[in-house]
Design a protein around this ligand. Structure first.
Ligand SMILES: *[C@@H]1O[C@H](CO)[C@@H](O)[C@H](O)[C@H]1NC(C)=O
Ligand SMILES: *[C@@H]1O[C@H](CO)[C@@H](O)[C@H](O)[C@H]1NC(C)=O
Ligand SMILES: *[C@@H]1O[C@H](CO)[C@@H](O)[C@H](O)[C@H]1NC(C)=O
Ligand SMILES: *[C@@H]1O[C@H](CO)[C@@H](O)[C@H](O)[C@H]1NC(C)=O
Ligand SMILES: *[C@@H]1O[C@H](CO)[C@@H](O)[C@H](O)[C@H]1NC(C)=O
Ligand SMILES: *[C@@H]1O[C@H](CO)[C@@H](O)[C@H](O)[C@H]1NC(C)=O
Ligand SMILES: *[C@@H]1O[C@H](CO)[C@@H](O)[C@H](O)[C@H]1NC(C)=O
Length: 510
């Protein structure tokens, strides 16, 4: 990814390597030697998590959002920067219990788009591919062969003209790059299933620059293709204007100084919201819950190191967590024994979801150990006499980069934009036929719309998991042989691209 640079990361790798001799090893809460603290205990840690404190944290995040005109915590904006400061300060106020680091990165984000498209002088409904550059092309339309995933699919006549390409086989970004390399001024990608299409090219990539790219429905695209291949010359005017800016932001990474650093439990939640609102369930709920667990954990000693990842840029495409994993040296990645993700855990029309690590519900297993993590959370809900259901590993939250690198993953959620079924309404209460969080990505994702029952249940589940794995990993099978670290660059991420959808826009890459 071209826009990304590591700035402050070296310290993490270096200090982790030196862990056993770390002079901070004995730092406990407010300087009390950690060796004098009791070993973390599940019941005690769980009961230290109080809804009142969680609500205070949620209110704090909302206040930070509302103290700026944008009233959100969008990545790189003032409300989000304040969130990061608040998290960092909170963790640093725990007397040196955690090593707290900011991991800065920069990335391009698209702020706005405008467009028009006329084909043979008639306006045509279309979408603008996210990250399309601006442009205004008037030129003949040329049909590209196959799916436009190979340079050889582009006839020489594409040069100086507008390429018409079918969706399929490779991601949209590659098609735009290849069309540009063939000399096209602009590209139109049409759907390969009935209906309209909206997608993202993904952030600019190494293979070459994008050209202005729009999307068409299958109906319009195939009609156009048939007409052109039948011998009719067709001209189009395609105008796109996008505003794309380079934003700088930070992940906050906090690791206990005590505990074995070579078998670290990692937990994560995302600190950014979408532009529409303050993002208090999504993902203030996960952020505040792991932060509260981090605060309470500082009263205990752990056997295994525990690391909290407060991810930036999740809504812009899992940017912070992907950046973290991609920039973690292989030797450090090998020390991350498991990853737990908490994204939206106080949804108003909630279900109790547990990531489907064993694949029993969605036929997609996580790396070895993910099944045991799912079963751990199942036992937690069972012992609290609460129902639960499986949540698909669908690539829509920050666990993805960990899974892609062989790290067992799990966690809980209470649902986003999926409609509650009648059966789920019977089991969990709430309203069938509406989505699990009716305020999903809306201005109304506020403190007053959290379900506090769901939140405290899930926050205590986090505490239980931290106590379990902070004490021992022996319930997990050996980690899979270190998989070759997979780059997320589009050319090699094709197998996972099918599942990848931008959280912000719900746009697919392929
Ligand atoms: C974005 O800004 C960062 C920090 O100033 C810089 O290092 C990076 O090269 C910029 N990226 C792009 C694509 O302009
Ligand atoms: C937020 O912080 C980043 C640096 O991390 C900075 O580049 C950006 O300008 C800040 N945003 C605002 C609105 O101050
Ligand atoms: C695009 O260019 C054409 C001329 O090629 C011009 O008539 C039209 O106004 C331009 N559109 C925009 C939105 O600038
Ligand atoms: C694509 O986006 C446009 C503009 O936002 C919208 O009107 C249209 O309904 C979307 N189409 C699909 C298939 O999502
Ligand atoms: C981690 O380090 C400890 C102490 O140095 C050692 O006993 C243990 O075998 C190591 N565990 C792993 C998984 O490497
Ligand atoms: C589960 O997925 C595998 C491939 O990953 C496939 O071979 C198998 O048929 C699938 N099973 C079901 C029940 O869908
Ligand atoms: C949260 O959910 C519980 C259980 O369904 C319900 O009793 C309660 O009224 C809900 N609370 C809020 C604030 O919506």
């Amino acid at each position: 990814m071209v826009a990304i640079q590591a700035l402050l990361f070296g310290a993490l790798a270096a200090s982790a390597v030196a862990a056993p001799a770390n002079p901070h090893d004995d730092k406990g809460n407010h300087g009390r030697p950690v060796s004098k603290l009791p070993l973390v205990n599940s019941k005690a840690l769980q009961s230290s998590i109080k809804i009142k404190e969680l609500m205070k944290g949620a209110q704090k995040l909302q206040d930070l959002a509302y103290s700026h005109p944008e009233r959100n915590r969008l990545m790189g904006g003032a409300g989000h920067n304040d969130t990061i400061k608040y998290i960092k300060n909170t963790l640093e106020s725990l007397g040196g219990y955690y090593k707290v680091e900011l991991q800065q990165f920069s990335t391009l984000i698209q702020l706005s788009e405008e467009s028009s498209l006329t084909i043979s002088n008639a306006p045509v409904q279309h979408g603008v591919m996210e990250y399309s550059p601006s442009g205004n092309a008037t030129a003949p339309v040329i049909v590209v062969n196959n799916f436009g995933c190979e340079a050889s699919d582009y006839p020489t006549t594409v040069s100086g003209n507008i390429a018409l390409i079918s969706r399929g086989t490779c991601d949209f970004g590659l098609k735009s790059v290849l069309a540009g390399l063939a000399g096209a001024k602009a590209a139109m990608i049409y759907n390969n299933i009935p209906g309209g299409l909206n997608g993202t090219l993904g952030v600019p990539r190494a293979e070459g620059p994008y050209i202005p790219t729009v999307s068409l429905s299958q109906e319009d695209g195939t009609a156009l293709r048939t007409s052109i291949t039948g011998g009719t010359a067709v001209s189009a005017n395609l105008f796109v204007e996008t505003v794309i800016t380079n934003a700088t932001t930070n992940n906050v990474i906090a690791t206990t100084n005590n505990g074995l650093q070579n078998q670290t439990l990692m937990l994560g939640a995302h600190t950014d919201s979408v532009a529409a609102g303050p993002g208090i369930n999504d993902d203030g709920s996960g952020t505040i819950a792991i932060l509260e667990v981090a605060k309470q954990l500082a009263k205990y000693r752990v056997n295994n190191a525990v690391r909290f990842g407060f991810w930036s840029g999740e809504e812009e495409g899992l940017l912070g967590s992907t950046y973290y994993v991609e920039h973690l040296p292989a030797a450090e990645l090998a020390k991350v024994r498991a990853y737990l993700n908490f994204d939206m855990i106080a949804s108003p029309n909630f279900i109790y979801g547990i990531y489907d690590g064993d694949g029993s519900s969605y036929n997609m297993t996580g790396p070895a150990g993910s099944a045991e993590i799912e079963h751990f959370f199942e036992r937690y809900f069972k012992s609290n006499r609460l129902p639960f259901t499986a949540t698909e590993f669908n690539g829509r939250s920050d666990y993805q980069a960990f899974i892609d690198n062989g790290i067992p993953a799990g966690g809980t959620d209470t649902g986003a934009d999926r409609v509650k079924t009648a059966e789920e309404a019977k089991i969990f209460g709430g309203t069938a036929g509406i989505i699990l969080d009716p305020n999903y990505h809306q201005a109304a994702d506020t403190v007053s719309n959290l379900n506090q029952t769901a939140w405290i249940v899930n926050a205590k589940a986090i505490a239980a998991a931290v106590a379990e794995y902070g004490t021992s990993f022996k319930s997990l099978p050996p980690k899979e042989a270190p998989t070759k670290k997979r780059s997320m660059l589009p050319s090699v991420r094709e197998t996972s691209a099918k599942r990848r959808v931008s959280r912000k826009t719900m746009k697919s890459y392929q």
